[in-house]
Design a protein around this ligand. Structure first.
Ligand SMILES: [Fe+2]
Length: 386
């Protein structure tokens, strides 16, 4: 699952919708605003807008959960069987965490000791900012039970009995089994590196799994699979960027680990098939000390070049191109065409926002703020806070 950042949440919440409404803004749309002005009652207008938006949203979710729409998922079963399931690796063929970190059984006591010393020497060269991003990504991966539960809420795709034979259910279980290696290998590397306050990291994982995640339209497979596709791509980008940075610092072992996770996520993104709010999988991250931990981790990721606004735009461009959204025409209603045009225009809007943010930052000559992270024994990392 994804190791993305609040950049996604922040950017997603900036934009409105095809009909011109912005669900994340308190400002009412023009027609309602006019009505409000006539009534001279702004508070009432906001209530009306919120109600209209909620009704529209509920109607959309109802449509996604209608028998006809769910039947599409049933009809896709043979396609999932022949095109998606083959993407899963056999346990014997897949890399396992033991392949990536020193294995005491294979190396013997002395060999293991030497390999651990080497790992620690290389890890010593990784900057704190990259370490913090790595922990944030690892914590996100470790909350896997939440994500498997989430996938099992998708109507027509979920694993009803826990051992269903349907292609969708086998995909969910196979995906989880492969995912499980990601948190494991990162956890093991971190433990051996000796650079982290593992108890604080473990408490953060514990809290995140207890807190769960807020998912928009949790029963809708349409919302769910698009969300997962986005997150898989974001994971691939974040781990790929980390691999590049730590390789430059000389930690080739960590670069190999992050590269392997990134490659897994790229394959999965191809398997899945955005518009509403994107709630990040680890948005409820909490270490028991920093009340704004997720925002600080996200700022560190932006600052360290692990996951940035440009990456967010790149993911959108990739998915729009991959799914040929701009070419959609046949059978589209007026609403569908507006939605298509809205989605296709998003990357350009984000680019303009990036340019504006860059100009503002330059004008204000903002200085970074040192933020202590408990994961690295409260050492501060310089981040640009909004
Ligand atoms: Fe993962």
């Amino acid at each position: 699952m994804a190791a993305a950042a609040a950049t996604t949440r922040t950017l997603a919440s900036k934009f409105g919708y095809p009909n011109g409404k912005n669900r994340h803004s308190n400002a009412p749309p023009p027609t309602l605003r006019f009505r409000v002005q006539r009534r001279r009652n702004a508070a009432a207008a906001i209530t009306v807008t919120a109600t209209a938006a909620a009704e529209e949203e509920a109607a959309e979710i109802r449509r996604c959960l209608s028998p006809a729409r769910l039947e599409v998922l049933d009809e896709m079963e043979p396609w999932v069987e022949s095109h998606v399931l083959p993407l899963l690796k056999q346990p014997e063929d897949a890399w396992q965490p033991s392949d990536m970190v020193p294995d005491p059984a294979a190396l013997g006591a002395e060999g293991f000791h030497v390999a651990c010393v080497e790992l620690r020497e290389r890890a010593a060269a990784v900057p704190d900012a990259q370490l913090v991003c790595l922990v944030g990504n690892m914590v996100t991966e470790e909350a896997l039970p939440t994500y498997q539960s989430m996938a099992n809420r998708f109507e027509s795709a979920r694993d009803v009995t826990g051992s269903d034979g349907t292609a969708w259910a086998r995909w969910i279980r196979g995906w989880s089994a492969e995912e499980n290696r990601h948190g494991d290998v990162l956890n093991r590397y971190m433990y051996l590196s000796g650079r982290l306050d593992m108890r604080q990291v473990e408490r953060t994982v514990h809290r995140l799994i207890r807190s769960g995640m807020a998912m928009h339209a949790p029963a809708s497979p349409y919302h769910g699979f698009i969300y997962v596709a986005f997150q898989e791509r974001a994971t691939s980008v974040a781990h790929g960027n980390t691999a590049r940075h730590v390789r430059e610092c000389g930690d080739v072992a960590l670069a190999r680990i992050c590269g392997a996770i990134a490659a897994d996520a790229t394959v999965r993104a191809l398997a899945y098939m955005m518009r509403r709010r994107i709630t990040m999988p680890a948005a409820l991250m909490d270490d028991g000390r920093d009340g704004d931990l997720f925002a600080h981790y996200a700022a560190a990721a932006q600052q360290a070049g692990v996951y940035t606004a440009s990456d967010y735009r790149g993911i959108l461009e990739h998915l729009i191109q991959r799914w040929r959204v701009a070419e959609l025409e046949y059978g589209l209603s007026g609403e569908g065409r507006r939605a298509r045009d809205y989605v296709c225009a998003l990357p350009q809007k984000i680019r303009r926002m990036e340019e504006k943010a860059h100009d503002r930052a330059a004008q204000m000559r903002k200085k970074p703020t040192p933020v202590p992270f408990s994961w690295i024994f409260d050492r501060p990392v310089d981040v640009m806070l909004p």
